[in-house]
Design a protein around this ligand. Sequence first.
Ligand SMILES: [Fe+2]
Ligand SMILES: [Fe+2]
Length: 199
Amino acid sequence: MEKISFKKTYSPLNSEEIIAKQKAMMDQKRFEHCIGVSETSKKLARLNNYDEDKAALAGFIHDYAKQIPNEEFIKVIKEENFDPDLLNYNRAIWHGIVGTYFIKRDLKIEDEEILTAIYRHTTADSEMTTLDKIVFVADFIEPQRSFPGVEEARKVAFNNLDEGVGFELAHTLDFLVKNRQKIYPKTLKAYNKWAIKNN
Ligand SMILES: [Fe+2]
Ligand SMILES: [Fe+2]
């Protein structure tokens, strides 16, 4: 694993401080997943003419809030004017959308492009920027992922980022339907936008 560092942090904190804060928020397995997402984001950025260092940073911090307790998410949703409908979902959704609050508070990152990519990384959306797509897809295909179909997902995503988003959404919806799980409305909109094949 290459030593991770960021040239620009979009924060008054330096690269080492960001990395140390993130490490303190999660177990080693999650931390290594974040490094994998960071490296894959960088690769996708290179393939799509996007700022590699910015993508690497956004990919790294995408799961900053993943291990925050439910009660803390609920408190923040209620007190910080998040959509109350979020209370009908769970931490799988919260850690992205509400994660932006903790990233601003702890990592002092205010860059809208980075925050939006974190916000959308679990739900996706019908509107997605290049960075949104990079982090969303990198999270799905980073080297430690091993679900059936991951090789195909990598092939599709490295070949065409938009198709990578579509592939991932089809896979996610399939999983949610099979398990009779509730689908977040934006995810359904995203599926209709990115996953439908032109015929
Ligand atoms: Fe996540
Ligand atoms: Fe993740």
